[in-house]
Design a binder for this molecule. Sequence first.
Ligand code: NAD
Length: 472
Amino acid sequence: MDRQYRMLVDGELVNGVMAFDVVNPATAEAFAKCPKADELLIDRAVVAAKRAFPAWAAKPLEERAALVNALADALEARAGEFASLLTSEQGKPLDQAMYEVMGSVFTLRAFAAMRLAPRTLKDDGGNIVIEHRTPLGVVASITPWNFPLILLMNKLGPALVTGNTMVAKPAPTTPLTTLLFGELCQEVLPAGVVNIVCDQNDLGAKLTTHPDVAKVAFTGSTATGKKVMAAAAEGVRRVTLELGGNDAAIVMDDVDPKHVAQKVYRGAMTNAGQICVAIKRAYVPEPMYDEFCDELAKLAREAVVDDGSKQGTTIGPIQNKMQFEKVKALIDDAKQRGTVLAGGEPLDRPGYFMPPTIVRDLDDNAPLVREEQFGPVLPVLKYSDIEDVIARANESEYGLGGTVWGKDLARAMDVAKRIDTGTVWVNQHLAIDANIPFRGSKQSGLGAELGEAGLNEYTQAHIVNAVALEDA
Ligand code: NAD
């Protein structure tokens, strides 16, 4: 508890009105304190960001991009420290934490390399029409607890490069890597360009309803996303919503079940299943169903479930108690409806450990199939007709991602095209790239993050439409 973490407001590291415990999910014990803001401090942060906006927006893009690169360098230089703190607050194994930190570095650099060139829409000798991209103003970033660092960079990179300033609010169970990143922002950026405030799930609405916030960039659950969207209506504030998912994996009948089971297992269990685009239900052809289920169960039993800071751990704890209870309840319900082949019982030790759990023989209406479990448990379902399985995969209010696994690439890509989600990967998973836009369909989101489309979300398209003045 010796290390002090402070928020960043107007270029100063500040304490809050009180401090609350941050719990290590591998021990269920508090290991640090997080300062908490009140409404007044949120207001100060927004005012500071608004004050910093004109000078920041007026800087040439190259200068802003150079400062974003400097942030990436500063983060890379302390990558080990960030990764270790990320494991302590989030629970993920250290190698996965390092992957998130380095992914954050690459994301910042990718956005720093992007440019906002004006587009000539018409130039016919008489009429010239040019589309410019102008920054919006103060952006509020609100992030969840599964990837606290990289999900912030997905917003901070494009917001800063395009000339916006920011107030960022992490999730209360994983605030520390964001606060540590605030220390880098204090060293590298002009005062007020990035501000960081913390809450206990009680001040998000203060940000989303603030009259001086021009845009809310939100990643989190669909339920909270709806509130963010409703709050933004008042000022017709811009929103980007990256929300929940219930991604289907469709295994085609021409694959080697053992080989593909390994890939599906990884897609479902990385980060203990706490990934918006984790595989959350798998559909397997009837003739290979038993073998596929057994292979998944074997992999689940081989997992090393332990504290993420221990070498060799493949699955860490669930991030917080509330999520742990939710996953446990879904598994308990599934036990009544189907067959649990592996896992199913929490580890008998402190911390929120649920071993990887494989469930078969559920029907499509089971809560574990219909809802977003967001934990290390995978329902495996049987199919015999490809048209039928496409319909079942699409039978969801979510539309975030999905995967198709098949030897015949053209056939697999054809199935992928018919899955109604923002992204479908074929024979791979989690191929997220800062240069490729990422978005959800249906209730999984609104607007894009990443890529040029993601960059444009932080700008207003501005048309200048001119003709020469005729002689009087
Ligand atoms: P959550 O919705 O509970 O919280 C997300 C953030 O919103 C937190 O910072 C929280 O403090 C804040 N918040 C809470 N109430 C608010 C309000 N009324 N107004 C504004 N902000 C408010 O989500 P979570 O449980 O932290 O994260 C898990 C969810 O996030 C899952 O559903 C997952 O699928 C989703 N997620 C989506 C993506 C994506 O890119 N689509 C990525 C990661 C996670």
